[in-house]
Write a protein that binds this ligand. Structure first.
Ligand code: ADP
Length: 335
């Protein structure tokens, strides 16, 4: 804008600059100024998620930089004006290592919370072995999308769900580098969750890139860490706990899985590997103990068949329901 002067840029110059913006940004201009070759642009980011805001900002910057006479561009995106419904609160479920029952607990925690009357969704962020489609009987269902925003798939067990497994072709190994995995997680969480109140996120085991993205971009309201009673598993779980502590995410509590063996004939629970280790470790670390789920053949069989035990009454369902009640009480006490 060669005719722009430092003082009092003309209305025509401002209108000409505005016309150069991408159409999406034009309707969102809150203020646009040009002084000494510097464009200062404030845009309304209402209803946009973080990724959409970054895109809006980048597109507006590029367009302004290309305008004649413009040497620098500053873009600010205002916080939502008409405060959209706040997103769901996130409950992250983590573990130190794989195979301890983190996915089983996530699915059943979500189903039990939904049975108690809450609007619950589940995000399967386990890039190494996404299993929630099987656990929640949504295998083969592709989520619909509007632009880059996905709609959750409805599980017959009363919750919406999205999974890393739905972003890739079945059977394709996931060897994603960190940023790709982080962006995939963002896509699952920044989806059309509607009036979902609680999002249970099944994290990959350990403390990698997905966990970091989770803590940095979407701070969970709280975290649940699951472990088996053995010492080694517990040591791994401690690392997961440290990650949440470092990220400032409150630990809701620990769950002991495969704590004892439930006899398939009489239901009596014995403790071949010992039990109570997680409860003792939780107490030693000053964390709450949320409950214990025995090693029970029906849990594995029903889970494999896409029937979460928490969906029915009975001892298995009750073990998960008890954990869900403690999580719900914790969440209610926070709000
Ligand atoms: P993770 O997510 O930690 O890798 P999973 O939830 O996938 O672990 O569980 C690993 C395997 O153990 C699955 O086959 C699952 O059905 C089984 N499993 C998990 N918890 C129990 C339990 N309490 N009793 C019996 N089998 C279980």
């Amino acid at each position: 804008m060669s005719n722009a002067s430092a003082k009092g840029t003309s209305d025509e110059t401002i209108a000409a600059l505005k016309a150069l913006l991408p159409p999406l940004a034009q309707g969102r201009v809150l203020s646009l100024k040009l002084a000494d070759g510097v464009v200062t642009l404030v845009l309304d980011g209402s209803g946009f998620d973080q990724i959409e805001r970054e895109r809006l900002e980048a597109a507006a910057k590029d367009a302004m930089r290309a305008a004649p006479g413009v040497s620098d561009v500053r873009v600010g995106i205002m916080a939502d004006k008409d405060v959209p419904a706040p997103g769901p609160r996130i409950v992250a479920v983590g573990s130190g290592k794989g195979g301890v029952g983190k996915s089983t607990l996530s699915a059943n925690l979500a189903v039990a919370l939904a049975r108690s009357g809450r609007k619950v969704g589940l995000v399967d962020a386990d890039i190494y072995g996404p299993s929630q489609s099987r656990l929640l009987a949504t295998e083969g269902i592709r989520p619909q999308a509007e632009g880059s925003k996905m709609f959750p798939v409805a599980s017959p067990w009363g919750i919406g769900m999205l999974s890393m497994g739905q972003l890739i072709e079945p059977g394709q190994a996931i060897a994603w580098r960190g940023p790709m995995a982080g962006n995939a997680l963002s896509q699952l969480i920044d989806a059309h969750w509607g009036d979902t109140e609680l999002l249970v996120v099944d994290l990959p085991p350990g403390t990698g890139d997905v966990q970091l993205t989770m803590l940095q971009r979407f701070k969970p309201a709280g975290a649940v860490v699951v472990s088996t009673p053995q010492d080694l598993a517990l040591m791994d779980a401690t690392r997961a706990l440290q990650l949440f502590d470092t990220g400032g995410v409150p630990v809701i509590g620990l769950v002991e899985n495969m704590a004892g063996y439930a006899c398939p004939h009489c239901g009596e629970v014995s403790d071949p590997f010992g039990a109570g280790g997680v409860e003792a470790a939780a107490a030693a670390m000053g964390h709450a103990f949320l409950g214990r789920v025995p090693l029970d053949l029906t849990i594995r069989q029903d889970s494999d068949a896409g029937r979460p035990p928490a969906a029915s009454d009975g001892p298995q369902g009750e073990a998960f329901a008890a954990i869900a009640r403690r999580v719900a009480t914790w969440l209610d006490n926070q709000s």
